[in-house]
Design a binder for this molecule. Structure first.
Ligand code: PMT
Length: 336
């Protein structure tokens, strides 16, 4: 289903986040110790694929945390199991992409997701052999497991999947910036698929309790500061010529499309995938600016609804397919 609508003019201008708020956020949150290792691994992957024109997608997946104490016992978390990201990663690889999978530690991973967080314990998929000396896969799971294992091993041997993890929102943002700066020279060949649920508020380091907050004082009041809108900096500074897909999650159906349009009007990127919490596995709506109105004060937006069709197991399959077509068009327009 396609249709076009108009955003209110007050939201139409793209307003880049001030660089100073982003700089001061990074100044307040030191670089994570593993970042150099991540950068080396990304560069190594890019060097490996340097001679092929393969497209690359950076997928963000899972929720970020905000620590309440420097020596963290308590933290605020964002909702996301990582299903969207992990499932999409498999479909992007099937479509020929190299995937950098920036995910929340211990959230769902491509391929292993079929077994890791299922209602079965992973040991239920196996049984001892008759003589008790070996392990076998239980018959009923064997065909599917063989298929998943084959796809997993192929992705590994062809170096089509790089796993990088984060826990806190500041780790996530450091990783996003570092990845974007390394990917920048590849321009339109790169897609960003920002499915992670990113914290909107944090406690500045100097205001954070050093030690575990004590419960003896009764109620707890927290004052939090807004995390700068990094999507703006990504679009306008770190990844200016790449294809950027962000996600919008809402619980109130009335808010969903206006909020998705607002995000496009604010940040000026290519697509917002809008989804509602309770129907996110059955329906997604792709909102994008209508090209001819992109830079006017009254842009129009097209919307394309994807419903999970009978016989299709995962909505990520048609979603990724649609985005791959759009990314191909984008690359050919960018090169002409
Ligand atoms: O993992 P699952 O359980 O399958 O769930 C998938 C999902 C529902 C989490 C996913 O489909 C989804 O909708 N993810 C986005 C959640 C969301 O609404 O995020 P947000 O409103 O906080 O941010 C919207 C966009 O702005 C995001 O693309 C985010 O990358 C970006 N953002 C957010 C905060 C911030 N400070 N800077 C940003 O740039």
């Amino acid at each position: 289903m396609h249709n076009a609508s108009t955003a209110s003019t007050t939201e139409a201008a793209t307003v880049p986040e001030t660089t100073s708020s982003v700089d001061s956020y990074f100044a307040d949150h030191p670089t994570p110790p593993f970042l150099d290792n991540y950068k080396d691994r990304i560069q190594d992957l890019l060097d490996f694929h340097a001679s092929s024109p393969r497209p690359i997608v950076l997928i963000t997946s899972g929720g970020t945390t905000v620590p309440l104490e420097t020596q963290t016992v308590r933290f605020i978390d964002n909702f996301s199991a990582g299903t969207r990201g992990a499932t999409s990663a498999e479909h992007f690889i099937a479509q020929g992409y190299v995937v950098i999978f920036l995910h929340r530690r211990f959230s769902l991973l491509p391929y292993s997701r079929h077994y890791s967080h299922s209602t079965h314990c992973f040991l239920d998929f196996m049984r001892p052999s008759e003589d008790g000396k070996n392990i076998q896969v239980v018959d009923e799971y064997r065909p599917e497991m063989l298929q998943v294992l084959t796809r997993y091993r192929e992705a590994q041997s062809k170096r089509r999947l790089l796993l990088l993890d984060f826990v806190t929102v500041s780790e996530y943002l450091h990783c996003l910036r570092a990845s974007a700066l390394l990917l920048a020279p590849l321009g339109p060949r790169v897609m960003y698929y920002l499915a992670a649920a990113v914290s909107d508020f944090f406690i500045p380091t100097k205001e954070m309790a050093q030690h575990k907050i004590q419960s003896g004082d009764g109620s707890l009041s927290l004052t939090m500061t807004q995390v700068p809108k990094f999507l703006s900096i990504l679009v306008h500074s770190w990844a200016t010529s790449s294809y950027i897909v962000s996600f919008k999650l809402e619980t109130d159906p009335k808010m969903l499309l206006p909020k998705a349009q607002q995000a496009l009007a604010r940040y000026g990127h290519q697509v917002v995938v809008a989804n509602l919490l309770h129907t996110r596995k059955e329906r997604v709506v792709l909102i994008s600016p209508v090209a001819s109105t992109e830079y006017t004060s009254n842009p129009q937006y097209s919307s394309h609804t994807i419903d999970l069709a009978p016989g299709t197991e995962e909505i990520e399959e048609p979603l990724v397919e649609e985005l791959v077509h759009r990314h191909e068009d984008w690359q050919s327009t960018s090169s002409s």
